[in-house]
Design a protein around this ligand. Structure first.
Ligand code: ADP
Length: 373
């Protein structure tokens, strides 16, 4: 990988680059159905210059369709899409994929097997003058650290290297936005984290605006400046990774974006309490509301105590951590993530508490109770 300095020197200055706060991509009320299946419904989105947006959601929620609409591989039934200053899809406008300033990176890399690395990267530059094309290919290969492999063919590369060629090819024509569809899911786990770090490094160093689709919530939290949680063709939450994880807007986001248990909470003289102790909520709960508190396993504290009131029913070894399930007197269970050095055999009595370093999320029904601003 090239250093920041080398990259900065090597980057071609794009005079069309938008201001850092400008919207590079806008979707307004975009809908797309396939027969009776609504894949994307009345979808709005603004992506800012240099931003990396992680699009996450369960299989079939419309992530790939959204990317395909932006790329021009699908036409919206209604709504409008703008890339930079250009309207690329609306009632009146339609710009085909090859004329949109969009780079694509797919899961299977989709490299041309009969073309060398350099020829793969040069593929989208056929309208460029030969000298400029050569320089640009060298520049992007240097960005992704593949300059020494330019004459190889895809079958002579590792999975990680193929992924880097795919990224270089997407970046070569200086796109306004790069779309990555599950780009790391074909790589084995260990390679995946390295390739992901390298890819995100290149995107950030080059200030590239990108949308990355993943079904993996940990990946979304790790790579996104903002995370868009999709469900049934629409947005459930669009927020910083921290807020999506700690202050989900509803039960779906809470459970999709991480392990969560829910315990009923009630008003008492000390304020709001749940079965594992008092809560310090940052939200007002109306009298009579049936409130639940979201409990993430890393917030649950266990203290061994023969008299309970809880006891360990399950232990899941996760390497550095052990995920303990504890049964409470009510019969409900909560999970607690402990370092692997904490050994609590099944049946061990424990006191259960919650860390108090942040205000827990409260729900009434499926919706989060709004916090004080
Ligand atoms: P995701 O990427 O989140 O898994 P998709 O965007 O691929 O979801 O799909 C959204 C919905 O649209 C799904 O119900 C899927 O079956 C349907 N769908 C996607 N593409 C097509 C297609 N070409 N023809 C028919 N149905 C499709």
């Amino acid at each position: 990988m090239a250093s920041t300095r080398e990259l900065t020197d090597a980057m071609v200055v794009d005079h069309r680059s938008p201001r850092p706060d400008a919207a590079v991509l806008r979707l307004d009320g975009v809908s797309k159905s396939y027969g009776r299946v609504t894949a994307v419904h009345d979808f709005d989105l603004t992506v800012r210059a240099g931003e990396i947006l992680a699009l996450v959601g369960p299989s079939g929620c419309g992530k790939s369709t959204t990317l395909r609409l932006v790329a021009g591989l699908e036409r919206p039934d209604s709504g409008a899409i703008r890339i930079g200053d250009e309207s690329v899809a609306s009632d009146r406008d339609w710009l085909p994929a090859e004329r949109r300033r969009v780079g694509l990176v797919f899961q299977d890399h989709a490299l041309f097997p009969h073309l060398s690395v350099a020829a793969n990267v040069a593929f989208g530059l056929d309208k460029w003058r030969a000298r400029r094309r050569r320089e640009r290919v060298n520049t992007v290969l240097e960005m992704v650290g593949l300059e020494r492999l330019s004459t190889r063919y895809p079958h002579e590369l590792s999975g990680g290297e193929q992924q880097r060629v795919a990224l270089a090819r997407a970046l070569a024509p200086e796109p306004a936005v790069v779309l990555l569809d599950e780009p790391f899911s074909n790589l084995d786990r260990k390679l995946r984290s390295q390739v992901r770090a390298d890819t995100m490094g290149v995107l950030r160093e080059t200030g590239t605006t990108a949308i990355l689709v993943t079904h993996d919530q940990e990946e979304a939290l790790a790579v996104g400046d903002r995370v868009l949680v999709m469900r049934d063709g629409g947005t459930e939450q669009l927020d910083s990774p921290d807020r999506v994880f700690h202050t989900p807007v509803n039960r779906f986001v809470a459970t999709f974006m991480g392990e969560a248990d829910f315990l009923p909470a009630r008003r008492s003289r000390q304020g709001l309490v749940c079965e594992v102790g008092p809560l310090s909520p940052a939200a007002d709960v109306a009298a009579g509301d049936e409130v639940e508190v979201m409990v993430r396993p890393h917030d649950v504290v266990l203290t061994p105590d023969a008299s309970g009131p809880g006891f360990i029913t399950r232990a899941e070894f996760q390497g550095a951590f052990i995920l303990y399930t504890t049964q409470l007197p009510s019969g409900r269970t909560v999970r607690s993530l402990q370092p692997h050095t904490v050994t609590l055999p099944i049946g061990t009595g424990v006191k259960v508490g919650m860390t108090t370093d942040h205000s827990p999320t409260l729900l009434v029904g499926h919706q989060t109770v709004p916090r004080h601003s």
